[in-house]
Design a protein around this ligand. Sequence first.
Ligand SMILES: Cc1cc2nc3c(=O)[nH]c(=O)nc-3n(C[C@H](O)[C@H](O)[C@H](O)COP(=O)(O)OP(=O)(O)OC[C@H]3O[C@@H](n4cnc5c(N)ncnc54)[C@H](O)[C@@H]3O)c2cc1C
Length: 394
Amino acid sequence: MLRAMRAPDPFDLVILGGGPAGAAAATTAARLGLRTLVIDKARFPRDKLCGGLFTGRARGEYRRIFGRDLSPELFEERRAISFFLGPQPMGRMEGVPPMYLTRRFDLDAHLLEMAGAAGAEMRTGCRVAQIDLAANRLRLEDGTEARYRVLIGADGVTSSVARALFGRAFDPDTIGFALEKEMPPEPDPVIARTVRVDFGAADWGYGWSFPKRASTTVGVGGLQRLNPDMKARMHAYAALLDQGDAEGMKGHFLPFGDYRRRPGRGNVLLAGDAAGFVDPITGEGIAHALGSGRLAAEAAARAIREGRADEAAPLYRAATLDIRVALSTARILRPIVFSERMAPLFTRAFGGSTRVKQAYMRMLAGETDYPAVLWLVARRLPRAILRHLLLRRA
Ligand SMILES: Cc1cc2nc3c(=O)[nH]c(=O)nc-3n(C[C@H](O)[C@H](O)[C@H](O)COP(=O)(O)OP(=O)(O)OC[C@H]3O[C@@H](n4cnc5c(N)ncnc54)[C@H](O)[C@@H]3O)c2cc1C
């Protein structure tokens, strides 16, 4: 007798996207005992346009999720940073909390490998053709299907899951855009161990030069709406650094201040860039991608365990409160850093203050948080405003 074909049992968790957010979610979920599937259109190792600056905050998440520390083969430690505003130096600091430089080509493959070792199943090199939220099912381009109890969209800034949930992945008025090129390694030994940040290289954005063993990652990025001439800015920045020309640069969107207040709905959650969880001043996204991926998997596990998969989103929203507070505080600080009218004040409050710069570096290291930095800046601002006004009158 012919037996009726039964659809395979659903996965507890399907994760679309195997970047840092997806790998963190998959590792956490597999360790919590969820039957987990990761789907990514790319085959790994694959590249992702990124400066590869891995902060102490990201390192904390990495240790917590993967249960090990950073290996020197993948991560180069840097303890010096210099800031510029146009051609004007704003200070160089030695002995700051460690930052790490990595290559996403290697990092993302390493993270996904750990997710596989934890027990997550992988479907890489496979695009999703259709997301059927009503039926809890994804149809893949190869004709197969994947059913889920909970779905995590960790599919980056152009997230198809965000589009299926909310109609679009991001708001073109608030999105960031960045250009980058790998330049030759830096020959000067002092510059070669110094992370460089240039405010003013883009409007409401900045330029960066991250010297690594094999290359120097040079880029400019900022709000796309205010930088229609980003390519010209990248050429100008490359000329300023005198590191090589910017021909062959590549571009990528990045969320820049417009994150999802409700990063999901029902049994569908958004993590990392798909939720807009990127720092709106520094453009740092890896730490929040790891953190939100972990939190999304934990919320999914709890909702499934309690038999209420459809309520994973409110659990996840509550769990991401700290991330959203950090991002909204950074948005309050952002005009002080980026607006042209505040530039003289910013030069005084930031450039003139080692304490503020140190607090900022400690925040990136995960040793303090954005509200503490905001408080410090707010305490200095009135004095800076006064001095600025007095100098203008003198
Ligand atoms: C130029 C630039 C420089 C940056 N520099 C830094 C930096 O130095 N430090 C830092 O912390 N952050 C940086 N960021 C931000 C950082 O790159 C992101 O925040 C981070 O990659 C987010 O991780 P994610 O896992 O959410 O998404 P991603 O890393 O984008 O991963 C998404 C994954 O989803 C897959 N995918 C997408 N669509 C589909 C689909 N339809 N089907 C299947 N798979 C799909 C992709 O192939 C990809 O593997 C930078 C960003 C840019 C653009």
